[in-house]
Design a protein around this ligand. Structure first.
Ligand code: SAM
Length: 225
């Protein structure tokens, strides 16, 4: 196989288009049809870091609960499980059912099949629904559903980055809980929005992979007591 081969296509719910899984040798990529590559197995340093910055802080809390949106290729989920102990619980919300199916197959081997870990629960659906419904439920919420505050997969994800969406995340966190958000680039407006909601905010730049590639942005926002 010397060219990327299309393995499968899955619908993005809410008439938001389609995603495709491609393979070249042992590598996989997931793309949004008509938009571009969302992620690939060849670069996941900043996805790992998203989990590390928050999970290493909450790991020692009693029975830590972590929410991840979305699953992607499972690298953030696998990193969260690595940094958490045996008494932790990780809920991963994934909008696209096909993405969950792909992770249960050969693609899942790249992240070490984190869906098979007994601490993992998958919820197929929009992470926004969980943020609207749950209160004081999570020690950490890790959001990597899109390209960051500037949407990419679907317009409806914009809500997550608004004052309303961030207030939902704040309420879904337990006291002193942490919200970690991945983005392709920085946004001063977004940092101000996090402050407005009441978070203490730290922002870091993280290499795409192995100190190489693009620099991505991670916000780590802490809720008050
Ligand atoms: C960039 S990928 C995440 C990559 C992931 N951090 C990893 O380590 O592989 C974004 C994922 O979020 C999912 N997604 C997009 N919008 C979502 C939403 N509103 N709720 C839950 N999942 C969503 C996409 O289908 C995709 O699987």
């Amino acid at each position: 196989m010397s060219q990327w081969e299309l393995l499968d296509t899955g619908e993005i719910p809410g008439n938001s288009g389609e995603m495709q899984l491609h393979q070249l040798g042992n590598e996989f990529s997931i793309s949004v049809v008509g938009v571009g590559v969302l992620m690939s197995t060849m670069a996941h340093g900043s996805e790992d870091a998203l989990a590390e910055v928050a999970c290493k802080i909450v790991a020692d809390r009693p029975h830590p609960r972590v929410l991840i949106g979305g699953l992607g290729m499972g690298f953030t989920l696998a990193a969260a499980l690595r940094h958490l102990g045996a008494n932790a619980e990780v809920v991963v919300a994934e909008l696209v059912p096909a993405v969950v199916k792909w992770n249960r197959g050969d693609l899942g081997a790249h992240a070490g099949h984190p869906l098979q870990d007994a601490r993992t629960t998958v919820r197929e659906g929009d992470v926004a629904k969980i943020l609207k419904a749950e209160r004081r439920a999570y020690d950490a919420i890790l959001l990597d559903v899109d390209n960051g505050p500037e949407g990419f997969t679907r317009k409806k994800n914009d809500w997550l980055y608004t004052l309303d969406g961030l207030t939902g995340a704040y309420s879904a966190l337990r006291p002193m809980g942490l919200l970690a958000i991945w983005s392709a680039g920085p946004s001063r407006d977004f940092t101000e929005r996090l402050h407005k909601v009441g978070f203490e905010v730290k922002q870091s730049r993280v290499w795409e992979h192995d100190n190489k590639g693009d620099l991505h942005t991670i916000w780590l926002a802490e809720r008050g007591p």
